[in-house]
Design a protein around this ligand. Structure first.
Ligand code: PGA
Length: 272
């Protein structure tokens, strides 16, 4: 596991975008797993800049998003359909600015009338695409990955979940309040990739910034592997793992000096 510590949000975003861009350049038809939330916004901005200024080409890239509220959603043919769906978030923050093909974008359909069938189909689509090359992840205040709230099985698959009060509160503050939607009107259910699904991605990049995430980041990376902190499943992943943190989010890590030493030595010796 590579734990990369940078000074601030901007540097974290630049580092993360570079990892994604390097993959897109070396494997133009790669499959990316994408995330929503306030954390990846800077990463998407940087990817958009790279597309516009450096010609980073997304024309062959396929994407799968982690999750979506159930009961909302967006038809990508009608992108200005105003709602707080993650589909709309992705369209506004990334997709409308780059040359990705609409048919290569996959986001759980929050308007499905047959959620269980949909979840099976979503898993099948990931499999048919050849699996995810690189999955981008944040970490929730309660340690969740995607919408895998505490108690989710570490072997779980794509499914419908009930959101915790804490997640609703966090997302209300970040997104719904600004849109003038009341806390009561927020959807309480979601479709999410499972922890088992996420662990099958060949590479994982997890990003966290800010002091509010420091304690939960330390629990996930250095504490016991537990379904109570579903991001702790990162310790079980068998592929390439990169964790990108700012100094604030890294501040509770016991082995912080060692992680910095690893990066320094790897850089010195040119080890990837
Ligand atoms: P945030 O959410 O990026 O808005 O902090 C992270 C998450 O819930 O995974």
């Amino acid at each position: 596991m590579d734990i990369i510590i940078r000074e601030n949000y901007e540097q974290v975003s630049k580092y993360t975008a570079k990892v994604i861009a390097d993959l897109v350049r070396s494997k133009p038809n790669c499959v990316l797993g994408l995330a929503t939330g306030s954390t990846p916004i800077g990463t998407y901005k940087e990817l958009v800049r790279m597309h516009k200024e450096e010609g980073l080409d997304f024309s062959q890239v396929t994407t799968f998003n982690l999750d979506e509220y159930l009961g909302v959603g967006m038809d990508l043919d009608k992108p200005y359909d105003l709602d707080q769906s993650y589909a709309r978030f992705m369209y506004e923050e990334l997709f409308k600015h780059i040359n990705i093909k609409k048919e290569n974008i996959h986001i759980p359909d929050g308007r499905t009338k047959v959620p269980e069938k949909f979840c099976k189909w979503y898993e099948e689509e990931i499999r048919k695409a050849g699996g995810i090359d690189l999955q981008l992840l944040g970490i929730g205040a309660d340690g969740h990955w995607a919408f895998n709230e505490p108690g989710s099985s570490l072997a779980s698959r794509t499914r419908v979940v009930v959101l915790t009060k804490k997640t609703l509160d966090d997302n209300y503050e970040s997104f719904y309040k600004k849109a003038g939607i009341s806390r009561e009107e927020m959807p309480h259910f979601a479709i999410t990739m499972g922890i088992g699904t996420i662990l099958e991605a060949r590479n994982i990049i997890m990003v966290a910034t800010g002091a509010k995430k420091a304690a939960i980041v330390a629990q996930a990376l250095e504490g016991p592997v537990t379904s109570q902190v579903t991001a702790s499943a990162i310790q079980l992943h068998s592929g390439g793992i990169t964790v990108v943190l700012d100094e604030a989010a890294a501040s509770c890590l016991k082995n912080i000096d060692y992680y910095k030493h690893i990066e320094k030595v790897k850089t010195e010796y040119g080890i990837k």
